[in-house]
Write a protein that binds this ligand. Structure first.
Ligand code: DQA
Length: 152
């Protein structure tokens, strides 16, 4: 099969997001991460984008993935989980990426505990989508599509 030449969007998910669907469903919903990623892939196909996704339990793994995306991926969508609130190495890594970066949260951290109010990635992201539950990743892909089209 011929290799796809569609722009690649890397979707990164941080710690505990592999437990979506089982983990506090009253906050994060009933859909699993696999459900979110398959919906994201369907949306991406309609937008002419290709999705690659990774779930990592540590900041180091996410930093490595961001470095790998620098020469290969058109955009990054990232839900860093709790790393959002303190893992500054993610800010430094994302600052080296030149394409659109969309930060996603299923819940709205601004309405939750105060320790969730700071995001270490917001200042290097193109924008943040928070509080839209299962729609978060598809909204983010639509944002990426618009941003990439504007860059052309
Ligand atoms: C989250 C919000 C974070 O505060 C939390 O630690 C998560 C998930 C979200 O998607 O709403 O793990 O990023």
């Amino acid at each position: 099969m011929a290799k796809s030449t569609l722009p690649i969007v890397l979707i990164l998910n941080g710690p505990n997001l592999n437990l979506l669907g089982q983990r506090q469903p009253e906050i994060y919903g009933k859909a699993s991460l696999a459900d979110h990623m398959s919906r994201a892939k369907e949306t991406a196909a309609k937008l002419g984008l290709e999705v690659e996704s990774l779930v990592a339990q540590s900041a180091g793994e996410l930093v490595t993935a961001i470095h790998g995306a620098r020469s290969r991926c058109a955009a990054i969508i990232i839900n860093p989980g709790a790393l959002t609130h303190f893992a500054w190495s993610l800010n430094d890594a994302l600052a080296t990426f030149s394409g659109p970066i969309v930060e996603v949260h299923l819940s709205n951290p601004a309405t939750r505990e105060t320790w969730r109010h700071e995001s270490v990635v917001a200042s290097v992201a193109s924008g943040t989508i928070a509080g839209f539950g299962a729609n978060g990743y598809t909204f983010a892909l639509n944002a990426v599509s618009t941003l990439l089209a504007e860059k052309k």
